[in-house]
Design a protein around this ligand. Structure first.
Ligand SMILES: Nc1nc2c(ncn2[C@@H]2O[C@H](COP(=O)(O)OP(=O)(O)O)[C@@H](O)[C@H]2O)c(=O)[nH]1
Ligand SMILES: [Mg+2]
Length: 239
């Protein structure tokens, strides 16, 4: 039984699903995979279920009825993983923006003492490949903005390539996490930071997807802008 699970949310990732799953299982270490699929119209879920024959007791799927956002997909995945005995719980995208070959480095950082290892684009300059300049500026600008408002010492606060130690997810009240997009990533890190957990940033190269489409939307950006201010204000009253 592995003590590591990689949670991958999917919505219309038919072009990436099989290869990302194989890429995780090709790692030397025994990682398990949980796909959280929101009833993708392109039948991503069917592909995953087909692969379960080959990867018995290693590949799992949580199927939700409709598209409900990245944040709640991860919350459902975390709750699933905490019911089992996994000690290291990963977040990773399905689109190869996060390189599965970096999984061991994040895992090792947690084994060596970090509570959270963040695959970070902004510790060694800006290590983002193929994103349009507008998106790099948006993401980098967001990270500066979050640092300014929250004072949290994390350079890539919207990063979604993360290894959590089990204790962190047990300590955070997952029912109270309210954001769904980038703000979800910020909220999780901020709550862990406030609880005194050790967050370590591991430099990674983030590549834009080459297959399938982004699900990012304007609403997600608005949520992040106002969400950060609201997180900070609430934290001032909950000391
Ligand atoms: N289950 C689920 N997965 C989602 C949803 N929105 C995005 N995803 C997945 O989350 C990951 C990141 O989304 P992506 O569209 O690449 O966002 P971007 O990288 O910010 O452009 C991908 O694996 C998507 O398939 C959702 O509403 N539900
Ligand atoms: Mg993406």
């Amino acid at each position: 039984m592995s003590d590591v699970i990689v949670i991958i949310p999917t919505y219309n990732e038919i072009e990436n699903a099989e290869s990302i799953i194989r890429a995780v299982f090709s790692q030397k270490r025994d990682f398990h995979v949980l796909i959280v699929d929101d009833n993708s119209p392109d039948k991503t879920g069917e592909i995953v279920k087909g692969l379960q024959q080959e990867f018995k007791n290693q590949l799992f799927i949580l199927e939700r009825k409709e598209k409900s956002g990245l944040g709640t997909a991860y919350i459902s995945g975390f709750e699933w993983a905490l019911e089992k005995s996994y000690q290291y719980i990963f977040e990773m995208d399905a689109d190869f923006s996060h390189n599965p070959d970096d999984l061991p480095r994040l895992y090792n950082a947690c084994v060596a003492g970090a509570d959270i290892a963040v695959g970070s684009r902004y510790v060694k300059g800006i290590t983002v490949v193929n994103w349009p300049l507008s998106r790099i500026l948006l993401s980098y600008g967001a990270s500066r903005y979050v640092r300014l408002i929250t004072r949290m010492k994390v350079k890539d606060s919207t990063a979604g390539f993360i290894c959590y130690k089990r204790v962190v997810l047990e300590a955070i009240n997952l029912k109270k996490i309210k954001f769904v997009g980038y703000a979800f990533q910020i909220e999780m890190k901020f709550k862990a930071y406030k609880k005194g957990f050790k967050i370590e940033e591991i430099p990674v190269i983030f590549k834009d997807r080459t297959k399938g489409k982004s699900k990012m939307s304007g609403g997600i950006i608005t949520e992040a802008i106002f969400g950060v201010i609201s997180l900070k204000i609430k934290s001032l009253f909950s000391k």
